[in-house]
Design a protein around this ligand. Structure first.
Ligand SMILES: [Zn+2]
Length: 429
């Protein structure tokens, strides 16, 4: 079971100055930056996934989802996706670089944003190893398996267009001598309809299926989908789980013969999750999570800036508290400050970050945060991690502040998560 990371131009400045919070003076974005696989050994994933919607704008594709400039898109097509991602050394020769349409970006639209021929050319020109047929997401998954007639017209349309696209996509791939392995995107409104679509795609000639629409589903619904799927498909048919948000439950799904899955959640949680920001592997093979210590830059924090503008906060005063919190955490790391004093310094700044309003709520939220800060500092998990990120930047990895720290923490999580997946597989062998 391979773990693929879905990249959205995630790199860090290797020369970032943590003390002044500045990029290297001569740094050129992308060119001098490093992807996770360039600064971590072993590589923290088995392959990469790139969504077409992140690269190529199209009518109906949310502009916030397009991460590449026109020049970058052109360079990817000219030089190839491997070279663009600098994932082209001998070490990655057999690693998957999969393309999909990123159908989330156009989910609100009536029709998929890209036609099968355009998608085929995109994958072929960029030299992807695997390419997913253009699908249209169906969000609902009804475990009572209602017939299509009972569903909304839009659901039927999405189901049909996904199948039609897959048929056309396979026809083009075959006529062009299969420059990459085509994957059939499977969508359905119920476990049975998903299994039926998978069966249709096998008949079209697909040997690798990509199951979409799993993102919002609960773990038990995903089980029902996979059971129905495996009861219908050939045992040798490969299965990929697209955008598997329940990455931390992957150990529950090893019995279905999953070939691969992709997820961004280890990276995203480093800065989006309320408390599970830093992954730590446990002796029993499970994962434990710590919250990062939030010391944002006052001048970059919306809430603080608004408070300063409205005259509620004093900018100088805030910056002093911010500086004291940072210093305390770094001193603590060196054994030159006590746990209690460090927690105080962090909380002294934290009180301005937590939403005001109801004072009871404010107190409760501060109490919760204090416990999280204490727990993280007491365990000091960054000191025990041997990964390249934690070895290089030490305590900075646990500080929730600026993309260069937050993304590095995400890289650390990817590494821990990848090893977690490998351990699960070894256990099951
Ligand atoms: Zn680490």
């Amino acid at each position: 079971m391979k773990f693929l990371y879905s990249d959205t131009q995630d790199y860090v400045d290797p020369e970032y100055d943590f003390l002044t919070d500045r990029n290297a003076p001569t740094r050129r974005r992308y060119w001098d930056d490093k992807y996770a696989h360039e600064i971590m050994q072993p590589t923290p994933y088995d392959g990469l996934l790139v969504a077409m919607s992140a690269v190529r704008p199209a009518p109906g594709v949310a502009s916030s989802k397009v991460r590449y400039s026109t020049a970058e898109q052109q360079r990817m097509l000219r030089d190839g996706v491997r070279k663009f991602l600098r994932f082209d050394g001998a070490a990655y020769k057999d690693a998957m670089v999969m393309g999909d349409c990123g159908s989330f970006a156009y989910v609100e639209q009536e029709k998929p944003a890209y036609a099968p021929m355009e998608v085929f050319e995109f994958y072929a020109d960029a030299g992807f190893t695997h390419g997913v047929s253009p699908d249209h997401i169906i969000f609902a998954c009804d475990t009572t398996n209602p017939p299509l007639a009972a569903m909304d017209k839009d659901v039927g349309f999405r189901y049909e267009v996904t199948l039609e696209n897959a048929r056309e996509f396979m026809r083009i791939c075959r006529s062009e001598d299969l420059p990459f392995e085509p994957m059939g995107a499977v969508q359905g409104w119920s476990p049975q309809s998903i299994a039926q679509a998978a069966h249709e795609m096998e008949k079209m000639g697909y040997r690798y299926l990509a199951i979409g629409g799993l993102v919002p589903l609960k773990v038990d619904v995903i089980h029902q989908v996979l059971q129905a799927l495996r009861a219908t498909t050939k045992p040798e048919t490969n299965i990929h789980l697209l955008g598997f948000a329940k990455a931390d439950s992957i150990h529950q799904f090893t019995d279905y013969g999953i070939t691969s899955f992709d997820s961004t959640s280890p990276l995203i949680r480093a800065f989006m999750d309320e408390k599970a920001n830093y992954y730590v592997p446990q002796v029993d093979g499970s994962l434990e999570y710590y919250s990062a210590i939030r010391i944002p830059q006052a001048i970059e924090n919306n809430r603080l800036m608004q408070g300063i503008k409205q005259g509620i906060f004093n900018a100088e005063d805030l910056q002093q508290r911010e500086e004291r919190a940072l210093t305390a955490v770094r001193q603590f790391d060196k054994g030159q400050e006590t746990l209690a004093a460090t927690v105080e310094a962090v909380m002294d700044y934290q009180q301005f970050l937590t939403l005001g309003g109801d004072s009871d709520k404010h107190e409760k939220s501060l109490k919760k945060t204090r416990l999280q800060v204490e727990r993280t500092l007491a365990a000091a998990p960054w000191k025990h991690c041997r990964c390249d990120i934690c070895t290089d930047v030490g305590v900075e990895v646990i500080i929730f502040r600026s993309a260069n720290r937050n993304r590095r923490r995400g890289f650390h999580n990817l590494g821990v998560y990848h090893q977690h997946v490998q351990r699960i597989l070894e256990k099951n062998q």
